[in-house]
Design a protein around this ligand. Structure first.
Ligand SMILES: [Ca+2]
Ligand SMILES: [Ca+2]
Ligand SMILES: [Ca+2]
Ligand SMILES: [Ca+2]
Length: 146
């Protein structure tokens, strides 16, 4: 259940709807932040979140900027709201990792030190070092297993 204390943000650029976080932060049974039972949640987005591709594109045009997971800050065409970019590993940006994405991953493979990859292949650059190599294959495998 999306808590009311998250529903009424003020200021430009904020939204009051459920952002579909993986896990909503919770102050615990005591209802007080800053105590031992706090759960800071998991602020990564899930499929269907209206925060996906809803960020302000003007702030993230510099190359090399990442989200908190170290993935490219812009995936699937536009930056997301929040600290984590949604869609790593999913070339078709549907939030699912499957055989379709696997096919694109192989097409995007550049190998280490090969330089830039084609547009769209940044979804496979799990540690954002501007190549798609065996490390990224491992990242894709880990993401499928999650
Ligand atoms: Ca608490
Ligand atoms: Ca995005
Ligand atoms: Ca997909
Ligand atoms: Ca990489």
């Amino acid at each position: 259940m999306f808590p009311n204390w998250l529903r009424a943000p003020s200021g430009d650029g904020n939204i009051g709807d459920d952002p579909f976080f993986v896990r909503i932060p919770d102050p615990g049974l005591d209802g007080v932040w800053g105590t031992d039972d706090d759960d800071y949640g998991d602020l990564r987005l899930t499929a269907g979140s209206l925060a996906i591709n809803a960020g302000d594109p003007s702030g993230f045009l510099q190359p090399g900027v990442t989200d908190l997971d170290g993935h490219a800050r812009v995936l699937c065409g536009r930056v997301d709201m929040g600290a984590y970019e949604f869609g790593i590993g999913s070339y078709d940006c549907d939030g699912q990792l499957d055989l379709i994405d696997w096919g694109y991953l192989q097409a995007c493979f550049t190998g280490t030190d090969a330089g830039a990859y084609a547009d769209g292949c940044e979804v496979f650059d799990f540690e954002y070092d501007l190549d798609v190599d065996l490390i990224d294959f491992a990242g894709f495998q880990d993401a499928i297993d999650r």
